[in-house]
Design a protein around this ligand. Structure first.
Ligand code: HEC
Length: 139
């Protein structure tokens, strides 16, 4: 292996370490904190349901859009923004490992997209159900 390739590898590895220290979490950690939030909102809360999550994802909630409008019927596939037509990477972690690892990004887009689709914020239970289902989706 040439010195140049070794140097490039060293830089790439260092970059990965730096970006992963920016408070990265795993989808499982996200689920743990959503579960705590759901329990606080409703002491009867037991666990998230992937089946409820899929129904939620496909439902229109009284408006024109569902989550699948931009994230497609199969969230393991890339989608398109319904208005701007901009490409949207797959939402399922199995197809896109960056998903649900950056708490700020997750919060920002849940807020925006839930508001666009439901005209309100999603509850912790709705978010947890959705992530539970997305974690079962295989590419
Ligand atoms: C009008 C188009 C549109 C609709 C409808 C939509 N989304 Fe999104 N969503 C986006 C875009 C654009 C992004 C950000 C670009 C990207 O990350 O690929 C995004 C990103 C996200 C993310 C960020 C995940 C991460 O960790 O990167 C979540 C969570 C999300 N959407 C959830 C939802 C949910 C839940 C619904 C349905 C209630 C929904 N979206 C409906 C366009 C949409």
């Amino acid at each position: 292996m040439s010195i140049r390739i070794l140097a490039a590898l060293a830089i790439a590895t260092a970059g990965a370490v730096v970006s992963s220290t920016a408070a990265a979490i795993s989808p499982a950690e996200l689920q743990t904190s959503l579960a705590a939030e759901a329990r606080q909102a409703d002491p009867a809360f037991r666990e998230f349901s992937a089946q409820r999550g899929e129904t939620f994802y496909r439902a229109k909630h009284g408006g024109d859009w569902s989550c699948s409008t931009c994230h497609t019927d199969n969230p393991a596939m890339p989608g398109n923004h319904a208005v701007t037509n901009k490409a949207v990477k797959p939402l399922a972690p199995a197809a896109n490992p960056d998903r649900f690892t950056n708490p700020e990004k997750v919060a920002k887009w849940f807020k925006r997209n839930c508001n666009d689709v439901l005209k309100r914020a999603c509850t912790a239970q709705e978010k947890g159900d959705l992530v539970a289902w997305l974690l079962t989706v295989k590419p």
